[in-house]
Design a protein around this ligand. Structure first.
Ligand SMILES: [Fe+2]
Ligand SMILES: [Fe+2]
Length: 236
């Protein structure tokens, strides 16, 4: 008898990865602030909260991806996936600066962003990815990367356009660089990942990637304010 785990891997595992990623998009849309950002009606505090929390994980993307790639090479496994991880680390370099620039145009200094409280979701997300990168199955980092880039190709550009169209936030036109850039880039990045992951047949790696995508689906939607605008202020 096959276990549930074995049923999820094999030839169809990339379809399961897409299913996890669609689940992430649905979970984000179901958050109060996720719905508002999709409608373009998110208020300034909610958008700042989202950007600040995004900064606190995006700043670690390059080291997480690069360390996973180099460790995979040291382990002598999947050189093509190691190269993909290292390449993705380079792709992510400097994206935290886009967030700081968007936040500056909304009146938030770098010092304020640095001092802001991180949400438990951000700590869980970075903690999980540092664990898999440095100590777990390093290919797992590709699971969170895939799910977030899938979300990005599906939502980032739309969010940027609607926030600008509704213009509920002063200076919003100068504060959507992070979203606009990801909307433009991540469609190609998802297609490339799918192409490179296609030949992967190792069930342990497939399972690690799927599990990590599931972690992203569970954790990432909580980077938005809990309960939307009625929640605690971000900075103490
Ligand atoms: Fe990025
Ligand atoms: Fe990307």
């Amino acid at each position: 008898m096959q276990t549930q785990t074995e049923q999820q891997t094999g030839a169809d595992w990339l379809a399961v990865l897409d299913e996890e990623s669609r689940g992430l998009v649905a979970a984000v849309d179901a958050q109060p602030d996720g719905r508002r950002i999709l409608e373009g009606t998110l208020d300034r505090d909610g958008y700042i909260h989202y950007l600040v929390q995004t900064y606190h994980y995006a700043r670690w993307s390059t080291p997480i991806l690069a360390e996973a790639g180099h460790r995979l090479n040291r382990l002598g496994r999947h050189p093509e996936l190691a190269a993909l991880l290292i390449q993705k680390g380079e792709e992510e370099r400097g994206h935290d600066r886009w967030l700081l620039s968007d936040l500056k145009n909304l009146g938030w200094s770098e010092a304020q962003v640095e001092a802001a409280e991180r949400s438990p979701a951000v700590d869980a997300y970075t903690g999980w990815n540092f664990f898999t990168s440095r100590s777990g199955v390093p290919t797992a980092v590709l699971g969170t990367a895939y799910a977030l880039e899938y979300l990005s190709q599906t939502r980032a550009g739309v969010w940027a356009e609607r926030l600008k169209a509704v213009a509920a936030i002063p200076n919003i036109h100068k504060s959507v660089t992070f979203l606009r850039s990801h909307g433009a880039l991540d469609g190609d990045h998802v297609a490339e990942m799918k192409r490179i992951l296609g030949p992967l047949t190792d069930p342990e790696d497939q399972q690690a990637i799927l599990f990590s995508a599931r972690v992203a689906r569970a954790v990432y939607p909580r980077i938005f304010r809990e309960g939307g605008a009625s929640s605690h202020p971000l900075a103490r």
